[in-house]
Design a protein around this ligand. Structure first.
Ligand code: ADP
Length: 620
């Protein structure tokens, strides 16, 4: 950011490139739900007021410590202007530059580009979720003036002006009271927002649960109401849903809700909502705000440690009377009260999800498709609740249809007493897994195999150990028993076998850990399985993506001695020994197995070998 001096008092700053692009998108796209700008500005004011209220719990040495905390909206129908003021924490010059001049989280621009539909429209509702809510005001205006003074007694006041395109200016002003006011003139097509009724109805829709009184032209328009303190029976579905939209910033109704009131050693009330859809940032660490913490109806923070990470997609509130009166951030971080609330809540939530799974499996499946990638990480991070979490996991398997799930309980019931393992295989898609030669034995013997196609599976399943004493076992490491139906006569004889395996080993040398006779293959000539030190193959792929220098472990090549192609090779070996043709065929088999695993390093060599085989085959 560069600052050029226009005059003594006014400095001009240029937005960063990413910010310019974002503003350009906001200014030039068409919107569904343009009224969202009001929610975003009111919610920023409410955040700023919360900060003052929080500060006052321990320190009243600020400007106007006794003023009523409130939001004032002045609309002027004639002038088509709106001014939103609060007596919140205000901003310093540094805040104006860094908070109002930059996009907080990386990736935001991409997300917003993604939500732009083909018709060029953006759903304004989604903008607020990406931490750039303030800028939504540029949907409805061309120029914004922000006047602000930080709450510290000796602070200075500033005016920030921007036309949204490239730059903004900041100058020092006189302002007696603390807080922020944001003023702008509506574009012609949005002049409706300068009507009282429009503002009032929009606030009722989006901001009715704001914790501070909102006045429109001096008339109070919201009901400041702690809905979670009321009795369940007195709250309508509509009120619950509106409150959800208020706390989550979501636009759709929630999928499910849980309203609890715990009394005893520890006392708290909570409303927890399961959203209908997952945000695109589900797995990102930036997306951490989950339950809002209140202490006796006073908002404390929206990122308190109230839920384990794997449940952070849930939204809602927790209100407790058990925190000390002068609660501060440090207090909440190490608070035994919060730790206890977290334990109780987690158990309640897992029971609630278990109920959902039992009562409405379609809804549960939808939940799992949406939030499973995060939720399942709980299975190997939350050891206390592992017993509750494992039955909640879902998987596609060789017995399910594409996109449908089974669960571990169903798996072991079908597998029966005899089978001591829960078999799985991991890969990028169901389609590629179904072609995996390592599955042939399992298909032939009708043994169900879990198909791990979600990247999060690879970080969990191999570390789960066992479920009801059945060990999780990858199929490419599974110790395959001799299949009863095996046709011994059809196989290559022992001494030929030894000699052929030796040619394979000599040809492939240290590309592989070993070459062995396969007991798992049915239709394919060869396959690669993990070596003794090997990680899960899908895990290795991910390690490679993250670290270019990652050395994958060596594989074992298994060969199918009853396969006609392998028999032909053995015959070649018997008749002419290790010829170039034989060695080429072996290389080709090895690389074909790599290709199926998505591991082929050198496709050019592979293809040129195919050409020479084809040339031979087409000679007469
Ligand atoms: P978000 O609110 O998600 O952080 P915004 O773009 O809406 O993103 O706001 C950016 C930042 O500007 C806020 O985090 C806050 O620091 C500051 N800000 C915006 N409005 C106000 C206000 N009314 N009072 C104090 N600070 C504000």
């Amino acid at each position: 950011m560069s600052a050029d001096t226009i005059s003594e008092q006014t400095q001009s700053y240029e937005f960063k490139a990413e910010m310019k692009q974002l503003l350009n998108l906001i200014i030039h796209s068409l919107y569904t739900h343009p009224e969202v700008f009001l929610r975003e500005l009111v919610s920023n004011s409410s955040d700023a007021l919360n900060k003052v209220r929080f500060r006052k719990l321990t320190d009243t040495n600020i400007i106007d410590p006794d003023d009523e905390l409130r939001i004032d909206i002045k609309v002027d129908k004639e002038e088509q202007t709106i001014e939103i003021s609060d007596n919140g924490i205000g901003m310093t010059q540094e805040d104006l530059v860094s908070r109002l001049g930059t996009i907080a989280s990386s990736g935001t621009l991409d997300f917003i580009k993604n939500i732009k539909k083909e018709d060029g429209k953006i759903d304004a509702n989604l903008i607020g979720q990406f931490g750039v809510g303030f800028y939504s005001v540029f949907m409805v205006t061309e120029e914004v003036t922000v006047e602000t003074r930080n709450a510290e007694n000796d602070s200075q006041a500033f005016r920030w002006i921007s036309f949204g395109e490239d730059n903004f200016t900041i100058e020092e002003i006189e302002k007696e009271k603390r807080g922020t006011s944001i003023k702008f003139k509506l574009k012609e097509e949005y002049k409706e927002f300068a009507e009282d009724w429009k503002i009032n109805s929009t606030i009722q829709k989006y901001s009715n649960f704001v914790d501070f009184p909102v006045y429109v032209n001096d008339e109070k328009v919201n009901t400041v109401d702690a809905i979670w303190q009321r009795k369940k029976d007195d709250i309508t579905d509509e009120e619950y849903n509106e409150f959800y939209k208020f706390v989550s910033g979501d636009f759709s109704d929630p999928s499910e809700r849980l309203h609890i009131n715990i009394e005893g050693n520890i006392n708290f009330k909570a409303i927890v909502y399961l959203p209908e859809n997952a945000p695109p940032t589900l797995l990102s660490q930036e997306n951490q705000k989950s339950l809002h913490l209140y202490s006796n109806r006073v908002f404390i923070q929206d990122d308190a440690d109230l839920l384990p990470d794997y449940l952070r997609f849930l939204k809602g509130v927790v209100d407790t009377e058990d925190l000390p009166l002068n609660v501060s951030r440090e207090v909440t971080q190490n608070s035994p009260v919060l730790a206890k609330i977290k334990n109780i809540l987690t158990k309640k939530i897992l029971d609630w999800l278990t109920d959902l799974a039992n009562k409405d499996s379609d809804k549960y499946t939808k939940f799992y498709k949406n939030f499973g990638p995060l939720f399942k990480l709980g299975s190997n991070s939350d050891f206390t609740n592992k017993e509750k979490i494992l039955p909640l996991l879902r998987f596609e398997s060789t017995n399910t249809k594409n996109g449908e799930f089974t669960d571990l309980e169903a798996y072991i019931t079908k597998a029966g007493e005899e089978q001591k393992e829960i078999f799985y295989v991991s890969g990028q898609s169901r389609e590629s897994l179904e072609r995996n030669p390592n599955l042939e034995y399992f298909k032939k013997n009708e043994i169900e195999v879990l198909l791990l196609i979600d990247p999060s599976d690879v970080f969990t399943v191999p570390y789960l150990g066992a479920f009801k004493e059945k060990l999780f076992t990858p199929i490419d490491k599974a110790d395959i028993k001799d299949s009863k139906e095996e046709n011994e006569e059809n196989k290559i004889e022992d001494e030929q076998k030894g000699s052929l395996i030796k040619v394979f080993k000599d040809t492939l040398q240290d590309k592989i850990e070993d070459v062995i006779e396969s007991k798992r293959l049915v239709d394919s000539p060869v396959t690669l399985v993990s070596g003794k030190q090997g990680l899960d193959p899908q895990m290795e792929k991910m390690m490679k993506m993250m670290d270019k220098n990652f050395q994958s472990s060596k594989k074992i090549l298994e060969i199918n001695l009853s396969h006609p192609l392998i028999k032909n090779l053995s015959k070649m070996n018997l008749e002419s020994g290790s010829t170039v043709d034989l060695r080429n065929a072996i290389e080709q088999l090895y690389e074909s197995a790599q290709l199926l695993e998505g591991e082929l390093q050198n496709p050019a060599e592979f293809v040129s070998r195919i050409y020479s085989f084809m040339e031979k085959a087409t000679e007469n």
